[in-house]
Design a protein around this ligand. Structure first.
Ligand code: 8X3
Length: 251
C-alpha cells in the first residue's frame, strides 16, 4: 500500500506539519510536502528519503495565492493521495479588533479559511478514490475566544465547523475526517504571531512544559493508524498545565 500512495501535508516546512512528515515517513508513507520555504522542504525531503527510502515530492506554494493551490493540485493529478494533513495556517498579531492591522486579518483569512477550504475541495475527490483520511488542524482557539484573538479564533472556529461538515458530507464514502485542536505547542507559531519578536514569543511558553510539535503528530499518527472502521472525529490536545485557552498554570 505504502509505495503507491502519498500523504499531502500543507505547511510542512516546520512545526506540526514537519513533525507529521517525519511520523508518516517513518511508516513508509510517500509524501508531498508543500509550504512557502522551498529550501526547508528540500532539506527535509532529502533527510526523509535517505532515512526511510520513501518518495518525497516538494512543491513551493504561497497559500495567500489561490492560483498556487490550483497549480499544486494540477501537478498531482497522476498521484494517488490517501492522507491529507490540512495544516497550513497561522496567527498574525494579537490586539483588540478595532486596533488590528487589517492586512493581518486578510492574511489569516486568506490562509486559514480560503486556502484551507480550497485545498480540501480539490483534494477530496482524490481522497474519496483511496478511501483515505483527512486531518484538519484547528485549535483550542476555535472553541474559546480570547483577548486579542478575534479573527484568528474565528478562522479556527471555521476550520472546526467545516471539518464537521466534511465529516457529514463524506459519510458513506469510507473517508475518515479528524479535526485536531492543539493548545500551546512550542513551534514558530508565536514567533510568527509576534512578527519575529522572540522575547514576546518566549513569554507564551514560560513557566510550564508546553507541547512540542511531535506530541501533536503522535496523536495524529494514532488517529490515522486506527482500523478503517474507526473515525476519531475531534481531539483537543493541550499541555497538562493548560486547562483552557487562557488558563495555564505557570510554576
Ligand atoms: C494555537 C493556540 O491558544 O495560542 O492555535 O491560539 S493559541
Amino acid at each position: 500500500m505504502s509505495l503507491k500512495y502519498y500523504s499531502l501535508i500543507t505547511g510542512a516546512s516546520s512545526g506540526i506539519g514537519e513533525a507529521c512528515a517525519r511520523r508518516l515517513a517513518a511508516r513508509n508513507q510517500n509524501l508531498i510536502l508543500t509550504a512557502r520555504r522551498l529550501d526547508r522542504l528540500v532539506a527535509l525531503a532529502e533527510e526523509l528519503t535517505q532515512k526511510y527510502q520513501v518518495d518525497v515530492k516538494v512543491v513551493a506554494a504561497d497559500f495567500m495565492n489561490l492560483a498556487d493551490i490550483d497549480s499544486l493540485m494540477d501537478g498531482l493529478s497522476e498521484l494517488k493521495i490517501n492522507i491529507l494533513i490540512n495544516n497550513a495556517g497561522f496567527a498574525l498579531g494579537k490586539s483588540q479588533l478595532h486596533e488590528y492591522d487589517w492586512l493581518d486579518f486578510e492574511q489569516m483569512i486568506g490562509v486559514n479559511v480560503k486556502a484551507f477550504t480550497r485545498v480540501a475541495q480539490l483534494c477530496i475527490p482524490k481522497i474519496i478514490e483511496t478511501k483515505g483520511h483527512i486531518v484538519n488542524i484547528s485549535s483550542i482557539a476555535g472553541i474559546e475566544a480570547y483577548e486579542g484573538g478575534s479573527v484568528y479564533c474565528g478562522t479556527k472556529a471555521f476550520v472546526k465547523m467545516v471539518s464537521k461538515a466534511m465529516r457529514i458530507d463524506l459519510a458513506g464514502t469510507g473517508v475518515r475526517v479528524t479535526d485536531v485542536a492543539p493548545g500551546a505547542v512550542e513551534t514558530e507559531f508565536s514567533l510568527v504571531r509576534f512578527k519575529g519578536d522572540k522575547s514576546k514569543a518566549d513569554v507564551v511558553y514560560e513557566g510550564f512544559v508546553p507541547l512540542v510539535a511531535d506530541d501533536v503528530a503522535d496523536v495524529i499518527d494514532f488517529a490515522i493508524t486506527r482500523p478503517a472502521h474507526v473515525n476519531i472525529e475531534y481531539l483537543v490536545i493541550t499541555p497538562t498545565a493548560q486547562a483552557s485557552a487562557t488558563r495555564i498554570s505557570r510554576g
